[in-house]
Design a protein around this ligand. Structure first.
Ligand code: HPA
Length: 276
């Protein structure tokens, strides 16, 4: 098991490398999900750092994910963006998945914005909707906070009160209304993948109270919440998982819907960042 001291050394090496490449202190971190990579079009870029150059950083294996940190401004606010994220189904541990979030925190992050592609289970949703995540269910078989805890970072037993910042939720709804965007709101359940769900599983998760299901976000959000970041998260509903109306669903469908929806999400995120 990695001790807290060893972990700090690892984190310092990663952070120092990045700081040597780029003299920039972002306060907002953004994780771009599947097919949402071109959200970067909304960033006035200052520089990039490839994941594979950063000591101890995991490296992305999914083709649709680039793999670098982008530094720049959105509406004048300093951001660091993860272009490409890490999934449990790729074989990464929860600690590895959380590491980039902890690196962004060390660089100055106070707010984390997360986006993902998800299957919709609420029958009021349609593919192409954007869902504001108001809460989550951790259905992953683990948690990035298992192991020694650094009390300077966060509590041993973090409470999960208002993980998704209530002020941001209200703000996102206002921005969506201004932009005349239909914004859904709901609970995200995160699980391993890589299989999509069976009809019986969709029925079960819906019964649990979840509105959307996906393979990411929860580990990163837990790590970010542990370190007292304010969190705002969105799912693009790329396909519907309605147990009584099942259809085949391909990765092309998921990426196609995500790409078609992303200009709306880009504007929504830009509108939110402007007000942060
Ligand atoms: N299930 C799980 N993850 C997903 C889905 C889904 O239906 N769609 C996009 N990501």
């Amino acid at each position: 098991m990695t001790s807290t001291k060893e972990f700090h050394t690892t984190l310092n090496e990663a952070t120092s490398y990045i700081k040597k490449q780029i003299d920039f202190q972002p306060t907002i971190g953004i994780i771009l999900g599947t097919g949402l990579g071109s959200l970067v079009d909304g960033i006035d870029m200052v520089g990039t750092v490839d994941y594979d150059k950063i000591p101890h950083f995991p490296v992305s294996t999914v083709e649709s994910h680039a793999g670098r940190l982008l530094f720049g401004t959105i509406k004048g606010k300093k951001v660091v963006c993860m272009q490409g994220r890490f999934h449990f189904y790729e074989g990464y541990s929860f600690k590895q998945i959380a590491f980039p979030v902890q690196v962004m925190k060390s660089l100055g992050m106070e707010t984390l914005i997360v986006s993902n592609a998800a299957g919709g289970m609420n029958p009021n949703f349609v593919a192409g909707d954007i869902m504001l995540i108001k809460d989550h269910i951790n259905f992953f078989p683990g948690n990035p906070l298992i192991g020694p805890n650094d009390n300077n970072w966060g509590d041993r037993f973090p409470d999960m009160y208002e993980v998704y910042n209530q002020g941001y939720i209200k703000m996102a709804k206002e921005v969506a209304a201004e932009q005349k965007l239909r914004l859904q709101e709901g609970v995200y359940v995160g699980l391993t993948g890589p299989c999509l769900e069976t009809a019986a599983e969709y029925r079960m998760f819906r019964g649990f109270g979840a509105d959307a299901v996906g393979m990411s976000t929860v580990p990163e959000v837990i790590a970010a919440h542990h370190q007292h970041n304010k969190i705002l998260a969105f799912s693009i509903i790329t396909d519907m998982g309605l147990p009584d109306n099942m259809h085949p669903c391909s990765l092309d469908d998921v990426i196609g819907t995500a790409s078609r929806t992303e200009p709306k999400l880009r504007d929504l995120i830009a509108g939110c960042v402007e007000r942060m």
